[in-house]
Structures are given as structure tokens and as C-alpha cells.
Design a protein around this ligand. Structure first.
Ligand SMILES: *Cc1c(COP(=O)(O)O)cnc(C)c1O
Length: 375
């Protein structure tokens, strides 16, 4: 059994995937080809944004936004404590300071109250200038972007949605990737929309930011093209081959994969209700279930379940074992009075089960049986 069965997906989509890859090879146009342009149009249309700029990976997408907004030394960017490292790493990459805030007690996502407390603590200290806020659609569930947007507006901060895990999810009729001044996603193979290598994209409605990011991702090119360098940028482009692979995959995601993920999550929810804390999805939210994460009673019980699964050859993962503030690279940074109660608690108790749109009922029964046996 696979944690994500990308092979099965390939078998289902094989005719389209093979044709797409061969078309790129025979056209011999590997960078910035027609497929990249078509993909950007389709991604923007699906998410409901004016612009989509594809790039080399999700981390670059986030960093390009930091660069476009001029984040640098002396700037504070607020980042959830419970996320993948890249969400905060990019702030440090451009010389800014990530300031972590806690996540909610009922979802793994941004807690707007903790965010506001962190902003106020930074202002009170007077050393850093609050500049931007990142929130994350962790495990595919939209964060409470409306509450975060209200805090950003109140304090005059830029808002970046990290939708690396959230592509295909929805909040109150708006797709993940449609929130904030800009949003980013990742096409790493294991994400809800993954390619056959690395890839990423930025979404924005802002024409100026669109132009700036299109320049930054091709060595700071100017109006005269790529040898007219007018700023320092980077080299971060999506290969045409990856774009070609993503086109049929986007169609499958939109046509049935998001729905299939709901069925799989629903079966787990029914089996584990009352036995573990199952994922909370608020009214008006659609998760794309990038992960199916449960909470055990405590670390001991969690580790017992994982040991049982390993014994049976069933893959499982802990997303994430360490809150961001406690990582070696960040643990000496100030925490502004925040205790990260929820992030610490999740790291101690959470575990994730095999989750993908092609998981069969029989496979799920095997997983469920092994998990329940461990109790
Ligand atoms: C995967 C991920 C990223 C980074 O994406 P890459 O394409 O791997 O660089 C950023 N943020 C979150 C929340 C992620 O899960």
C-alpha cells in the first residue's frame, strides 16, 4: 500500500499523460512553452484569480512574493507555528524575521487571536516592523482567511496565503489560492495537484505584483527581455514538461479527484469517530485532504498506533513532529510571550494515514483495522 499512490493515478491517466509528455519531447520546446501559458490560464481560471505565474517550486513561489513585497532586514513576517518549514524559511532567506503565532484548538490552521497578539507584541517591543502575514491551508483545509484578512487590514499588513497543500479546497465558495494579496501553491508530486518533479505557482489579482514576479523569476528581466536585467532576481521557471503533465492532472482533480478525496476522508471519519479526534471541517469549508491527520490521546498512544501500522507494512507519517519555533534554526529567536499551546499539543499527538483519491475501500479497511487493533 502507498501513502500516495501516484502510480495508480498514472495508470488511470496514462493515455493523456503519455501524449502530453511525448508532445513536449517532439516539440523540443522545454522552457516557457505553449503548455506553460495554457496551464497558467487554466490555473488562474480554476482558482478564480486574475494572474497565475508558474515557477520552479512552492518555496520559490513564497520567496518570490517576499522579494516582490520588498521584505528584508528589520521586517517581521508572521507565520503559523504548525506548518512545513518553507512557510517561514523564505522570510529568513530574504533577510526578514519570521515571528511565529499559534494555530487553532479545533483545526491545524492559523489562530487569528494569537496572530493579533504576536503583532501587538512586536509593535510594543519596537525593534521590528510588522510587514506581512502568512497563513497556511494546512492538510488541505482552508484557514480562516477572512479572520486573518481582517487582522491584516487593521494593522496595514500584506497577506500571503500558502496554499501549497490546499489546491482544490474551498472556503465560502472561493478556492484556496484566491485569498490574500497573493497566494502560492506547490506542485511537488505528493501535493493535491502534483507534477513529475518540482513546480510551483503564485496567484494574484495585482497587475504590478504580477509584472514584478514575472521579472524576478527570470533573473530580474526588464521590458527588453532576459538580457535587459533591471533588478536582482532568481532563475525559477516551471518546465514545459511539468506544465504538460499538470494539464491532464488539473482536469482529473477538477473532474473527480477532489470528490474522491471526500469519499475517502468520509470513510475514515466514520471509522474513527469517538476513538480519536477526527479532523474538524467547519461549515462552508471544503478540504482537499492533502493529509488525513488524526489526534491520539497522547504520544504513547500515537506511537503505539504507528508501530502497529509499521508492523503490518502500512505507511503512516507524523506531520509535523516539531513546531517551527522549536526547530534548531529558530529556537533561539524571541517568541513574544507566545507558548504555542496548540502547536505543541498537535506535534505530540498527531499522525497521518494513507490518503489519495485512488485509495480503495478494501485498502482503507486494512488501515482502519490495524489502527483500531492498536487501541
Ligand atoms: C510543500 C510545501 C511548501 C513548499 O513547496 P515545495 O514545492 O516543496 O518547495 C511550502 N509550504 C507548505 C505548507 C508546504 O506543504
Amino acid at each position: 500500500m502507498q501513502f500516495r499512490d501516484l502510480q495508480k493515478q498514472y495508470e488511470v491517466l496514462k493515455p493523456e499523460m503519455d501524449a502530453a509528455m511525448i508532445a513536449v519531447a517532439s516539440g523540443a520546446h522545454f522552457i516557457s512553452g505553449e503548455q506553460v501559458k495554457t496551464l497558467e490560464e487554466r490555473l488562474a481560471a480554476y482558482v478564480g484569480r486574475k494572474h497565475c505565474i508558474t515557477c520552479g517550486n512552492g518555496t520559490d513561489a513564497l520567496e518570490l512574493c517576499m522579494m516582490a513585497w520588498g521584505v528584508g532586514p528589520g521586517d517581521a513576517v508572521f507565520v503559523p507555528d504548525f506548518t512545513f518549514f518553507a512557510s517561514g524559511e523564505v522570510v529568513s532567506s530574504v533577510g526578514g524575521t519570521p515571528v511565529f503565532y499559534d494555530v487553532c484548538a479545533d483545526t491545524f490552521n492559523a489562530d487569528a487571536k494569537s496572530l493579533e497578539a504576536a503583532i501587538e507584541a512586536v509593535i510594543a517591543e519596537g525593534k521590528l516592523t510588522p510587514k506581512a502575514v502568512v497563513d497556511v491551508d494546512l492538510f488541505g483545509l482552508p484557514a480562516d482567511h477572512e479572520a486573518v484578512a481582517a487582522v491584516c487590514k487593521k494593522h496595514g499588513l500584506l497577506f500571503l496565503e500558502d496554499a501549497a497543500q490546499g489546491f482544490g479546497g474551498m472556503l465560502h465558495g472561493k478556492r484556496n489560492g484566491a485569498f490574500g494579496d497573493a497566494a502560492c501553491t506547490s506542485f511537488f508530486p505528493a501535493k493535491p495537484l502534483g507534477c513529475y518533479g518540482d513546480g510551483g505557482a503564485v496567484f494574484t489579482d495585482d497587475d504590478g505584483i504580477n509584472d514584478l514576479i514575472r521579472s524576478l523569476c527570470v533573473h530580474g528581466k526588464g521590458p527588453g527581455g532576459k538580457y535587459d536585467n533591471i533588478r536582482v532576481g532568481m532563475n525559477s521557471r516551471l518546465d514545459n514538461l511539468q506544465a504538460a503533465v499538470l494539464l491532464p492532472k488539473l482536469k482529473a482533480l477538477a473532474d473527480y479527484e477532489v470528490a474522491a478525496r471526500q469519499t475517502v476522508a468520509g470513510r475514515y471519519n466514520a471509522a474513527f469517530a469517538g476513538k480519536f479526534t477526527t479532523p474538524f471541517v467547519a461549515e462552508g469549508c471544503l478540504s482537499v485532504w492533502a493529509q488525513y491527520a488524526l489526534l491520539a490521546e497522547d504520544t504513547k498512544q500515537r506511537d503505539r498506533v504507528i508501530a502497529r501500522l509499521t508492523e503490518k507494512g502500512i505507511p503512516s507519517m507524523v506531520y509535523y513532529p516539531t513546531p517551527q519555533h522549536a526547530l534548531p534554526v529558530f529556537r533561539d529567536e524571541p517568541t513574544y510571550g507566545e507558548t504555542f499551546r496548540n502547536a505543541n499539543d498537535y506535534c505530540a499527538r498527531t499522525f497521518s494515514l494513507p490518503m489519495h483519491p485512488y485509495l480503495t475501500e478494501a485498502e482503507q479497511e486494512t488501515v482502519i483495522r490495524a489502527v483500531l487493533e492498536a487501541l
